[in-house]
Write a protein that binds this ligand. Structure first.
Ligand SMILES: *Cc1c(COP(=O)(O)O)cnc(C)c1O
Length: 420
């Protein structure tokens, strides 16, 4: 469910005409609905109310300050993967006791900063990382908490690049090693092993893989208990799928119905880390048609947005619905929707049946709220586009369009190439 809908053939975000935003900020741009964003968070909170979990928004899916502030104000914690994200989270007043830190490659600076900030948990992805955290904590004379990220080695039916719960992938620690680490806790004088963490992948639309992984981990926790090893937290990660095309993903409630009984039985404090589920359908990418091209073999809509703005189609072969911002009665034709970038991978859709458009028309690329702006680059020396947030009948720019000056910042010629 989301709050982008047509009224009199015009696409609205809540009560704002998308075309009005385009007129004001230019194209391309990302547009977020505050209502959709917060609704999704509240849905998750309600579905799991019985166990009152800590819902840590996976900020890597969308790190805009307005997005994270909206969620933090509702009580969300934050799942971070870098010190940059940590600093942004603190900037909007996130409670450091609701921050968990994943990443297979935390640097010394990142670990030290996170210790100083007093985050709740390091989600640790290897034994060497744990030794490093312990070393740094000891040096700082601090006691920290860690959850071991278990790689449960379960199949997750998702794109190869978003499957993280198999031992073929770099993520997490295998069960045998995890057990050994728990048994040798004494080695880590400054790290308390307080939890276990899993995150099996992203855009997973059915409950089976989650249930499988959580059951496996619950059994593991039981085994630990029998050995007299007690933990406090179980972090079940994120990964819930959303509708991009014709998927029938589980709702928050259906997800809860499946996993709650297992979670309740563990008696542990539950942490979850949804990203895409919360923000995916809360954002769209709006782009303008520059040219219509027909090379005799194929027809193309050439738009002003590119793979540098939204890379999901090129990177994951992801499907995004594309709709004209003004609906017309024009007949449909089969087209490729492509950007201006000098790459064949620069496309938003292949062989898509779309109503004929004219130069200057606006197209909305739907479900672009997650892993959209955050993955944007300056490839082809293109500035990042603005992000705009709508609430009710008002909209505001929440991140400015990058200027040429922004693009040039910090870049200079070496002395030997400077003339005069
Ligand atoms: C990416 C990630 C998430 C969020 O995944 P979604 O599919 O967006 O819900 C949660 N936890 C970890 C550790 C991640 O890497």
């Amino acid at each position: 469910m989301h709050d982008f809908h047509f009224k009199n053939n015009e696409l609205f975000c809540e009560n704002v005409k998308v075309s009005a935003v385009a007129k004001s900020v230019g194209t391309p741009f990302y547009l977020y609905s505050y209502k959709t964003l917060t609704d999704h968070f509240l849905k998750m909170q309600r579905a799991f109310a019985r166990i009152n979990p800590m819902i840590c928004f996976a900020m890597k899916s969308n790190g805009n300050l307005a997005v994270i502030k909206s969620l933090v104000d509702l009580g969300a914690g934050i799942d971070i993967v870098s010190v940059g994200e940590l600093k942004k989270a603190l900037r909007v007043g996130a409670d450091s006791k609701k921050i968990v830190f994943a990443s297979v490659g935390k640097t010394e600076e990142e670990i030290a900063f996170a210790i100083k900030a007093g985050i709740l948990l390091f989600n640790v992805e290897s034994e060497p990382e744990l030794l490093e955290i312990n070393r740094i904590a000891r040096r700082m004379k601090r006691q920290v908490q860690a959850a071991l990220r278990i790689n449960p080695d379960v199949p997750a039916p998702t794109h190869e690049y978003t499957n993280t719960g198999s031992l073929k992938k770099k993520f997490g620690i295998d069960l045998r090693t995890t057990r050994q680490i728990f048994r040798s806790q004494k080695k880590y004088s400054n790290v308390k092993m307080s939890g276990v963490h899993i995150h099996i992948g992203s855009q997973i639309t059915s409950g089976g893989p989650f249930v499988g992984a959580i059951k496996k981990v619950a059994a593991f926790i039981d085994d630990l208990r029998e050995e007299g090893i007690d933990i406090e937290y179980l972090d079940i990660g994120g990964g819930l799928g959303i509708i991009y095309k014709d998927e029938t993903p589980q709702t928050a409630q259906e997800y809860a119905n499946k996993v709650l009984p297992i979670l309740e039985k563990t008696g542990l404090k539950i942490i979850m880390e949804p990203g895409r589920f919360i923000v995916g359908n809360a954002g769209i990418f709006v782009t303008k048609v520059l040219y219509l091209k027909d090379n005799g073999y194929k027809k193309f809509f050439i738009v002003d947005g590119g793979m540098n703005d939204l890379i999901r189609p090129s990177l994951y072969d992801a499907y995004h619905e594309i709709v004209p911002v003004k609906q017309t009665r024009a007949s449909k034709i089969k087209v490729d929707v492509v950007g201006p970038i000098c790459e064949s991978g620069d496309f938003f859709a292949h062989d898509r049946l779309l109503a004929k458009v004219n130069k200057g028309d606006l197209l909305a690329v739907m479900s672009a709220g997650a892993y959209g702006y955050v993955m944007a680059s300056n490839y082809n020396i293109r500035g990042r586009v603005p992000e705009v947030m709508v609430r009710g009948n008002k909209f505001e720019i929440v991140k400015e369009r990058e200027t040429f000056k922004d693009l040039m910042r910090g870049e200079r010629l070496p002395r030997f190439l400077r003339t005069s």
